[in-house]
Design a protein around this ligand. Structure first.
Ligand SMILES: [Zn+2]
Length: 627
């Protein structure tokens, strides 16, 4: 993951862990952070040598740069003035993001660091001040005529800002009159209400899962073992308990989601977009065709997922799979133990097809404290890659000697290398890549690692384990996220077409999608209709499709690189180097993938299919299922 929308992603991961976890085991444990050798820890002084250096930047932004920016208000009447204010804005943003990163990194390695907490709150104050100071820039540029905007876009003076100005101009048709914009701006705070209420309900009012037997008065609390019980009634009860808190609040939760959808439709309509989907996609400069193509092409290729569900049923010995059977393990438990140094070597070997330059950069990352490797007391529990234009692209990990840790290492290195190539080949405005592009670089590394490990696995059992891990990863990241994307589109269309939306109609829409994706031998119970109410991403205005499209885009790229096809690595490096210098879909075309076309999605379902077939064959060979 790239460090963005962390809270939401963690809420999602928590649900994923509850439903799919195989149980993590902690290996290398250090009692204190001081016990961890220096080479496995960040060097924060590479960002700021001292607090004095941090304070100097802080004061410069607050007392010098912000007043200079504000002095341009009402004066953006020439290319020269626009250039000057944008340069000041760049300076301010670079310093702001660097300070923010420093404070957060310190907090993330020790959440009890009170000095870091104070720095972080000062940075928060600065953000408010900076936002207010620069707020006039974009509206003032957008108030110019189309002809004037074209002149700025083509001005040689503003060449570093060409694409930025072009993206700004793209918005112009949807900007309203000054007084209308003022009313919309005043709605801003109030428009956050559905999400705020949802967060309060799920984070504050939600209760620990339990059910009460009203006849006996007995209370039974959530117990994951129930969901793996041999008794189907117990499994079903296990799930009902898991969903109990959501069930108790289902009408309130549904209404918050309906309000969120109505809000999105309202803003899209007043801004003259054809749909809420179009409004959201155009804000990130991705055509809606990408979204529709994802759903339509997957819908045409669901056989692969149905076959997987059939194999799953065979493995657990049932004809039909009920929604309460999904936590039953398909395979005997298996664990690979991979200490960090071994994991590093594995990642380097697996990524060798990316060429010498890429591998030597990996060495540079390993040898220059980019990675904070091990868990320690009060450290943030998770993993991410994060970098700024003028810092190293660092990685936070909690490495625990298992396959998941090695995959995370490959994944986060994918993001860090992307950042490194992007910032070294672009000016400040053009370096930062879009969310749509971000997860391609990380997923590609995971795919190469997986191919490498499957190819060199020494036993059938190891290969079975690796294939099953990858298949689950593909199911969770692509199929399930696509189900969410389809649901999100349907509930918006229900409001847009006037069909209306209720708690019950949302359940119906979700169950139809679930049945379609999982196929005829899947039997959904009532509790599973509540699933969407546990997904905070539905308050992120068409976001989840990114997980699916990124993973899919990485599939054909990984194939060409793994097979050593001529030009594949060069094209991929062009993609990394492009950063955010063009529209996201165009940048992806540099790596040979067109996400408006069905082919990459078909390449994904073909890969999924071939993994399922290989898994089935090996399970037959090992006597885990009948032929
Ligand atoms: Zn990522």
């Amino acid at each position: 993951m790239k460090k963005q929308n962390l809270a939401k992603l963690f809420a999602f991961l928590l649900i994923a862990v509850l439903l799919f976890s195989q149980g993590a085991v902690f290996a290398e444990n250090y009692a204190t952070r001081d016990d961890i050798p220096e080479e496995y820890k960040w060097k924060l002084e590479t960002i700021y040598k001292s607090i004095d250096a941090f304070n100097a930047d802080y004061d410069e932004v607050l007392k010098d740069i912000l007043p200079k920016i504000e002095a341009y208000k009402g004066k953006l009447k020439s290319s020269k003035a626009i250039l000057e204010v944008l340069k000041l804005d760049d300076q301010m943003l670079m310093k702001y993001y660097k300070m923010n990163m420093y404070a957060k990194m310190r907090l993330d390695i020790n959440q009890l660091d009170s000095e870091a907490a104070e720095l972080s709150s000062r940075v928060g104050y600065l953000l408010v001040k900076a936002g207010a100071a620069e707020a006039f820039i974009e509206p003032e540029i957008l108030s110019k005529s189309d002809r004037a905007l074209d002149m700025y876009i083509n001005s040689s003076l503003l060449k570093d800002y060409k694409f930025y100005l072009q993206k700004l101009k793209d918005k112009k048709a949807h900007v309203l009159s000054a007084s209308e914009e003022e009313i919309l701006a005043k709605l801003g705070d109030f428009a956050k209400s559905p999400e705020e209420i949802y967060d309060k309900l799920t984070l504050a009012d939600a209760h620990y899962p339990y059910i009460i037997d009203y006849e006996t008065g007995e209370v039974e609390f959530y117990n994951p073992a129930l969901m793996r019980s041999e008794d189907p009634e117990e499994r079903k009860r296990g799930y009902e308990i898991l969903y109990s808190s959501t069930a108790d609040m289902q009408y309130g939760l549904s209404q918050t989601l309906i309000s969120e959808v109505k809000k999105n439709v309202f803003f899209a309509t007043v801004r003259k977009y054809e749909s809420a989907l179009q409004a959201s996609m155009s804000s990130v400069h991705v055509p809606t065709q990408v979204y529709d193509n994802l759903i339509d092409t997957l819908n045409n290729n669901l056989d692969s997922l149905h076959k997987y569900m059939e194999l799953r049923a065979k493995a657990i010995g049932f004809e039909k799979i009920h929604s309460y059977d999904m936590a039953l393990p398909m395979l005997p438990s298996y664990r690979m133990t991979i200490p960090y140094e071994e994991g590093k070597a594995m990642v380097k070997e697996a990524l060798k097809p990316l060429g010498e330059e890429y591998i030597s950069m990996l060495d540079y990352a390993f040898n220059n404290n980019w990675i904070d490797v091990y868990p320690s007391p009060n450290k943030y529990a998770g993993g991410y890659s994060w970098g700024q234009y003028d810092t190293d692209p660092i990685i936070l990990m909690n490495y625990t000697d298992d396959l998941n840790s090695v995959s995370t290492l490959a994944h986060e290195l994918g993001h860090s290398m992307h950042t490194w190539y992007a910032k070294n080949n672009n000016n400040y405005r053009n370096y930062d890549y879009a969310i749509f592009n971000a997860e391609v670089a990380s997923t590609l590394n995971e795919l190469l690692l997986s191919k490498y490990l499957i190819n060199k696995a020494e036993t059938n059992i190891e290969k079975i384990y690796l294939l099953n891990t990858m298949i689950n990863n593909m199911r969770n990241t692509v199929f399930i996220q696509a189900m969410y994307a389809e649901f999100e589109k349907s509930i918006h269309e229900a409001i847009e077409t006037g069909a209306g939306l209720s708690a019950d109609s949302m359940k119906y829409i979700w169950l139809e999608i679930l049945q379609k994706y999982y196929g005829d031998n899947y039997v959904p119970e009532d509790f599973i209709a509540l699933w969407p109410l546990e997904i905070p991403h539905f308050f992120m205005n068409f976001y989840v499709y990114n997980y699916a499209t990124s993973f899919i885009a990485a599939c054909p790229i990984s194939d060409t690189i793994y097979n050593g096809e001529e030009g594949a690595v060069e094209n991929y490096l062009k993609y990394l180097k492009a950063g955010g210098s063009d529209y996201p879909v165009e940048i992806l075309k540099k790596a040979g993938v067109d996400m408006t076309k069905p082919e990459p999605i078909e390449a994904f379902t073909d890969l999924f299919d071939s993994y399922v077939k290989q898994l089935e064959q090996l399970m037959i060979e090992e006597g885990l299922i009948a032929n």
